[in-house]
Write a protein that binds this ligand. Structure first.
Ligand SMILES: [Zn+2]
Ligand SMILES: [Zn+2]
Length: 244
């Protein structure tokens, strides 16, 4: 047994040399005392968490303690119930999330899901969520990229939380123009009819939608609207990062 452990440890050491654990934010090999400390010290120092003062609807950080909602949520009704995010979408997180989505860095999901669970696990537990759903992308886009980053996140969060994940019931049925090229109003109409719920698995459920980035909330709203129209009781959203 001891011999086995020794062999396992030696193999792990060799693997670390061949495939060193890289910082999920800058991609560098973090030199330091703890090679498994996830982010390098420099990136860790630059992380901006959403903090204590955030919008009660979308989770965006707000400057005043006295305000309950951000300017955006005071103006616009959302279809989802509540949203929370871990980081403010800036600096190293912004660059890292780009790689996570487009540069095949799906291994970053373990870091991001652990941060979601560490930072928001208590909130998620308190919601009484029945099932985790990734925000789906169109099958055509999924084929191009090879994966859906939200799905990778949802799977990792499911194993951390013990909550089941449903990858099938919510689908993207329209391949839309990338949202970042559009204004807020255009984003909403761009997403009309973009999602579809199949089967009856989600009826009466409280779902947690998982995505990487929240900007205007148009995607979360469109998905939540479709979910609620098909009988979902509550839609909560959790994202890695939220725009300012
Ligand atoms: Zn780093
Ligand atoms: Zn808000």
């Amino acid at each position: 047994m001891e011999q086995k452990n020794k062999i396992r440890k030696a193999a792990k050491k060799a693997a670390d040399i061949l495939y060193p654990v890289r910082c999920p934010l800058c991609g560098q090999i973090p030199w330091g005392k703890d090679p498994h400390g996830r982010t390098c010290d420099r990136c860790a120092a630059g992380l901006v968490y959403t903090g204590e003062n955030y919008c009660m609807k979308c989770g965006r950080p707000i400057s005043s303690e006295r305000e309950e909602y951000c300017r955006d949520c005071l103006r616009r009704r959302h279809s989802f119930d509540r949203c929370r995010a871990v980081f403010s979408y800036q600096g190293a997180v912004r660059i890292s999330l780009y790689r996570f989505k487009y540069a095949n860095k799906r291994e970053y999901a373990s870091y991001y899901s652990e941060e979601i669970w560490r930072y928001l696990g208590e909130w998620i537990t308190g919601l009484g969520v029945d099932v985790i759903l990734p925000v789906p992308i169109h099958p055509k886009r999924r084929r191009q990229r090879g994966y859906n980053q939200a799905e990778v996140l949802a799977r990792a969060l499911s194993s951390l939380s013990g909550l089941p994940a449903d990858m099938k019931s919510l689908a993207r049925v329209r391949n839309t123009v990338p949202q970042k090229q559009l204004t807020a109003a255009e984003r909403a109409s761009n997403l009309k009819g973009a999602f579809r719920v199949s089967g009856k698995n989600l009826k009466g459920m409280r779902v947690l939608l998982v995505d990487d980035i929240y900007t205007t909330g148009a995607t979360a709203d469109a998905a939540a609207k479709t979910l609620k129209e098909s009988g979902v009781k509550a839609v909560y959203v959790v994202c890695v990062a939220i725009g300012g």
